[in-house]
Ligand binder design. Structure first.
Ligand code: URA
Length: 238
């Protein structure tokens, strides 16, 4: 008798063959087709939303709708789903990487050491935390604060996208490399992305250091504050 996993594999292969036939590989001809030229500003198409249709409603309704998410394995290891916090009608929305230990425990973004530094940077530039909205690329903590994995980012990004639509900020601020690279669909080094106005699906976006980086490199503090002061000036023109 076939052991159980082989049964499952066999059933899958039969199903696949019935559906698609036996041609499983890309023809060489298709493989060599030249890439179609794209506009310089074109971005990859939006990922499909992996959840039931979004309810009509505000930000808090949306939070309630998605907070039990189990789409990726981080749903099984988190303590709390960290949706976001701040002014739901903010002009400026900051986007970090992923919750850390403190954020996972409290269910709020940027409440640990880097969060305290973010608050200080904002205040030194004349902003209050309550005036802005803060969220992350991932809503759940990666174990041991490891970098988010590409599949986790892909699963979570429809949530962030909808959240951005609901806050509808005038300006997005990517905090650090992971956030900037995901939102701008680029691998350009962070230092080259700073000081420019980019766009995420039409919304102006600027890039600055992640506060955790500033904690480790205190001489980046002046630049981080300078970036946020630039943001305060920029927002007046948008
Ligand atoms: N780092 C992040 O990127 N986000 C948080 O919420 C906390 C730390």
């Amino acid at each position: 008798m076939m052991p159980e996993p082989l049964d499952a594999l066999n059933a899958f292969l039969t199903w696949y063959r019935d559906l698609y036939g036996t041609r499983w590989f890309i023809d060489e001809e298709e493989e060599n087709t030249p890439a179609r030229p794209v506009e310089a500003s074109a971005k990859l198409p939006a990922p499909e939303v992996p959840v039931a249709p979004t309810p009509v409603g505000g930000l808090e309704d949306y939070h309630q709708h998605i907070k039990e998410c189990q789409i990726c394995p981080l749903g099984g290891t988190r303590t709390n789903f960290v949706f976001g916090s701040g002014n739901p009608e903010a002009d400026i929305m900051f986007i970090g990487e992923a919750p850390g230990r403190d954020e996972d425990l409290q269910g709020l973004p940027f409440v640990g050491r880097s969060g305290q530094l973010l608050t200080r940077i904002l205040e030194m530039a004349g902003l209050k935390r309550e005036d802005v909205y803060i969220a992350n690329i991932l809503k759940c903590r990666p174990p041991n604060n490891r970098d988010p994995q590409p599949d986790e980012i892909e699963s979570c990004s429809p949530y962030l996208h909808r959240q951005i639509e609901l806050v509808h900020p005038k300006l997005l601020v990517a905090l650090g490399r992971i956030s900037a690279h995901k939102l701008l669909n680029t691998e350009t080094p962070l230092t080259r992305l700073r000081g420019q106005i980019h766009r995420y699906r039409g919304t102006p976006l600027v890039v600055t250091f992640h506060p955790a980086y500033v904690l480790r490199n205190q001489n980046a503090m002046a630049d981080a504050v300078g970036d946020v002061k630039g943001i305060v000036n920029l927002i007046k023109t948008l």
